[in-house]
Design a protein around this ligand. Structure first.
Ligand code: PEP
Ligand code: MG
Length: 780
């Protein structure tokens, strides 16, 4: 049997159907209503390669020195080629298509890789494998084969070799699941997310769940008492929009809700009773409160997904099965006390004395052993719980930053690499101290306060007077926990710079990603794009971009993810292999970066655009494209032409620009006419260029004021013009996390605000408060 249906599968079948297949099977066997799916088993893949006589060739192809990047690239290419170019045996073709035919009406399906046991330990690795949405009969077999081929990405080959997995044992199953055309859908918490009270909270809207998950409509809200089964509270919202699936393309599109249904209650008592029952069953099956996505289609209630409730707290993040995130969650706790275990070794003369002072750029207080890092090859010495002291962090340092309990830099401001990445990782940081690398000694025990910006000698003393390491307070723990996120008309999104932070970002409940910076992904390849392509081929480069974006797009789907094309200054590129060819610039901030570089090198830019096209082909219709550092309509028109040449259908996609220069703010009308869908304020740059204050120069950091009237004037007039032209507006600079900026923007009519991970919840509350005040003022 090449395929197996969910009903025949249990949790023990992981070897045959992979992790994803087994968990869907487990829910189905527990009697929970999961949309039907069949699995092309792992054995089928194995038979396919063995019967075709390509198994040995594949294993030989991937048996390379994985430290040799050229050999690794060739390995991927050869293994994929062998799989993709081997025809399906007739019998197998028929068996898969016959299984598909059992869905009866030829529906769209999702085709997802489901890795077997060997691949499970590292979720980030499992996430490397392919998933395709909205696949029809015609595309099905090809997509299955592409899932198989995705076993052999460079990262996967590398990882397996490192972990000592026998390549001959590696298998992959593929889940083919019917996509549900919901009439109503939403989410449900089976218990109160923060108190655990026996109350079920349901949010519901018309159409597909995307509308609720993405926050594009205010759904009805029902609070149900589990003990009595009664509705304890309900709020019926006005639902203007709904998401439906386009019959032709299978893509999700927005439609207006017919007038008569807008204020109608979405769920009747019978449906609510069914959801209560479903909630009870799924919670008792897992013995833990669940966050469930559900849908009702043709009178049936389906469970699309269930996971343990993750309110935004350190403990919950540990629960999520990403080993990388675990590192983040306990890097501040376990590791830190580990560092203290050997505190006697160090010499700590002036306990409590301030050694250096800088900008508190990622909150939290932590103690640990200082590790001075001056060259990349010293990163190995940073152990779990150490505090990195360096001139300025670089993308290569991210793995060490994840291990660290804290970060201190000589250089940089609130929008520097160190500040951005440490905030995303939830690691306390102090930047721009001027002289930390010279003042602090390697091995010295220190305490940093990422709020006040202080770095002190020794361990902090607790309030009770007892001595000991200060517990680092994960920022999430001090956030108010509310059962349902505050519903705001202004969308509240989140910024992401490193794909590893995607899960933490999604746990905030943000309405999407307002800025995904591509440069952190690209710079972490260690080579300039041209060098990387020369060494590894274009496909490998495009694959890297696709994989990085997918990690985030998957985590947020169907919520939108706004990806910004590359924007790295030449001084950052110069540190990479191939960087010797970078021009020497007097002031890189004013130089060859952003869209001006992309337009000057369309041959390099094309690779990025190809990655976008591939993502769209794979069904990631939640990805949006944003161009950095544009000045005027000429820039926009040139970028638009290149997108069209790359085969991106602009009618279907959302694309726009960042407003980062006064010129762009003053040229907004022309850009609106050139067809942009949105404009997003990059206040880090807009402030630097308006006030002539280098954002990374600690000597003028006190003059960096995003709320300066000149900056606000540019923002305000841009919003006004955009509103006249139907262009959405947003902010994705650091200032979007500041309450004063939120107040200004909501009052001025911005469409969305994208904040740092740790600020999302506060921004939601602030936006709601301002919106309510506006409403009150209008009726008083
Ligand atoms: C900005 O300039 O505000 C911005 C968000 O972009 P970056 O910080 O990456 O330059
Ligand atoms: Mg910028």
């Amino acid at each position: 049997m090449a395929v197996r249906w969910l009903a025949e599968i249990g949790a023990d079948d992981i070897e045959t159907v992979g992790g994803k297949g087994a968990s869907l099977g487990e829910l189905t066997s527990a009697g929970l209503p999961v949309p039907p799916a069949f699995i092309v088993t792992a054995g089928t893949y194995r038979e396919f390669i063995e019967n075709a006589g390509i198994a040995d060739e594949i294993h030989e192809a991937v048996d390379v020195d994985v430290e040799d990047s050229k050999a690794l690239a060739r390995a991927q290419e050869r293994a994929s080629e062998l799989i993709l170019e081997t025809p399906f045996p007739e019998e197998l073709r028929e068996e898969i298509l016959e299984a598909y035919a059992e869905f009866e009406d030829g529906p769209f399906v999702a085709v997802r890789s489901s890795a077997t046991a060997e691949d499970l330990p590292d979720a980030s690795f499992a996430g490397q494998q392919e998933t395709f949405l909205n696949v029809d009969r015609e595309g099905l077999l090809e997509r299955v084969r592409e899932c198989w081929a995705s076993l052999f990405t460079q990262r996967a080959i590398y990882y397996r070799k490192q972990q000592g997995f026998d390549a001959e044992e590696v298998n992959i199953a593929v889940v083919v699941q019917r996509m549900v055309d919901a009439e109503k859908s939403g989410v449900m918490f089976t218990s109160h997310p923060s108190t655990g009270d026996p109350r079920i909270i349901v949010e519901a809207a018309w159409g597909l769940g995307e509308a609720v998950v993405s926050g594009s409509v205010s759904p009805d809200n029902y609070v149900l008492d589990r003990e009595t089964g009664r509705v304890a509270e309900e709020t019926i919202a006005t639902k203007k929009l709904m998401c439906v699936r386009d019959e032709e393309s299978g893509e999700t599109i927005e439609r207006e809700v017919p007038e008569g249904k807008r204020t109608e209650r979405v769920l009747d008592d019978g449906e609510l009773a069914e959801l209560i029952e479903l909630g009870e069953r799924v919670e008792s099956h897992y013995d833990a409160p669940q966050d469930v996505e559900w849908a009702i289609a043709g009178g049936e209630t389906y469970m699309l997904q269930s996971r343990p409730i993750t309110t935004i707290s350190g403990g919950d993040i540990e629960e999520a099965d990403s080993s990388q995130m675990e590192g983040i969650a306990d890097g501040n706790g376990q590791g830190q006390s580990g560092a203290f275990a050997d505190r006697d070794e160090g010499d700590e003369p002036d306990e409590g004395e301030e050694l250096v002072h800088g900008l508190g750029s990622s909150p939290g207080t932590v103690s640990g052993t200082a590790r001075i890092v001056t060259k990349l090859d010293q990163l190995d010495k940073v152990e779990e719980g150490d505090i990195i002291i360096t001139q300025m962090t670089t993308p290569d340092m991210v793995p060490a930053m994840k291990r660290a309990a804290g970060i201190v830099t000589d250089e940089g401001g609130m929008t520097s690499h160190a500040a951005i990445v440490s905030r995303e990782l939830g690691v306390p940081a102090v930047v721009g101290t001027g002289n930390a690398t010279a003042t602090i000694e390697d091995g010295q025990h220190i305490t940093i306060d990422g709020e006040r910006g202080s770095v002190e000698a020794g361990a902090v003393t607790s309030d009770e007077g007892g001595e000991g390491p200060a517990e680092h307070e994960p920022i999430e723990d001090v956030r108010p926990e509310t059962p349902v996120k505050p519903m705001t008309a202004t969308e509240v999104k989140v910024n992401v710079s490193i794909p590893e932070a995607a899960e933490r970002a999604a746990a905030t409940g943000a309405d999407g990603v307002g800025l995904l910076r591509l440069e952190h992904m690209v710079l972490s390849l260690g080579k300039t794009p041209s060098k990387y392509v020369a060494d590894n081929g274009e496909k490998a480069y495009v694959d890297e971009i696709v994989q990085g974006i997918r990690t985030v797009a998957d985590e947020f789907y169907p919520r939108p993810v706004r990806v910004r094309t590359l924007d790295a200054p030449t001084d950052e590129f110069r540190q990479l292999e191939g960087g010797e060819d970078e021009p020497h610039e007097h002031n890189p901030m004013l130089g060859y970066r952003g869209i001006r570089r992309s337009l000057d090198r369309p041959d390099v830019f094309e690779h990025e655009l190809r990655a976008f096209r591939r993502l769209y082909e794979m069904g990631y219709d939640n990805v949006e494209i944003m161009f950095p550092l544009v000045n005027d309509a000429n820039d926009v028109e040139a970028a638009r032409r290149l997108m069209e040449e790359a085969g991106i259908d602009l009618e279907k996609r959302s694309w726009g620009v960042m407003i980062e220069t006064p010129a762009s703010a003053l040229s907004i009308e022309g850009m609106a006419k050139a067809g942009i869908d949105f404009a997003s304020f990059g206040t880090n740059d807009l402030t630097q260029y308006t006030l002539a204050v280098d954002r990374n120069n600690e000597h003028v950091a006190d003059r960096f004021d995003e709320l300066h009237p000149a900056v606000l004037e540019l923002i305000g007039s841009t919003i006004e013009t955009c509103r006249e032209h139907g262009v959405k507006t947003s902010i994705c600079g650091q200032a979007g996390s500041k309450p004063k900026m939120v107040q200004f923007l909501v009052n001025t009519g911005v469409s969305s605000i994208s904040a740092n991970i740790d600020a999302v919840r506060d921004v939601q509350h602030e936006a709601k408060r301002v919106e309510q005040k506006l409403l009150l003022d209008s009726i008083r």
